[in-house]
Design a protein around this ligand. Sequence first.
Ligand SMILES: [Zn+2]
Length: 250
Amino acid sequence: MELIDTHSHIYYDKYNDIDEVLDRAHENNISKIICVGVDIESSFKSLNLAEKYDMIYATAGYHPHESKDADVSYLKELEELLSHKKVVALGEIGLDFFYKHSDKKTQISVFEEQLYLAKSLNIPCIIHNRESDKELLQSINKTKNNNGVIHCFASDLKLAKKLIKLNFHLSFTGLITFVNELKNVIKNIPLDKIMVETDSPYLTPVPHRGKRNEPYMVKYVASEIAKIKNISLEDVANKTTKTAKDFFGI
Ligand SMILES: [Zn+2]
């Protein structure tokens, strides 16, 4: 059995035990980890980890929270990062109208600029979406970029079906171990559109709520999907791993 944690932020200081974190991942059949940048600095940190460890791959992008800090040269810097062979996606990008750390207009323009960049480079996107369903669809339609995954999917079944019809993938975190509405979404969408992730250090799954999240815990997300869909864990692991390998080209 093999699982891939398709979304983590393990460059934070709280992972000063990174070798043990990766050992635990190995012991739990996690074969690869995608380490996701949220601005230029963290994208470089992700790349450093990817260069040091075989099993880690990096992404580069500007998160909606940080989009207010994107300066005139950020697209050029991202393009340079994305040319590295271990940088496998543009992300995390998107919209977040819940926290609004950056104003709406800035979020939308930085999101769309990156959707255009990803399209021109033919590289997949990792997309964050919180309380911005309508504007998400508008930006997707405007840029005509549908090569992406909606990470930590937490909206309703209606949006899930719309996004799948547009060819997007949906990825799920530990939230599904304790948010009942999401179980209904999973039950009603095809397994081959699903990927699994931890979003470490956030969103620790049951039974480890309250502790720091880390990549090996993606196994609890996969187990929960198996339970909801009434299929074996092996099936979930095989399918989601194949989807992730195809999506990221790894
Ligand atoms: Zn994230």
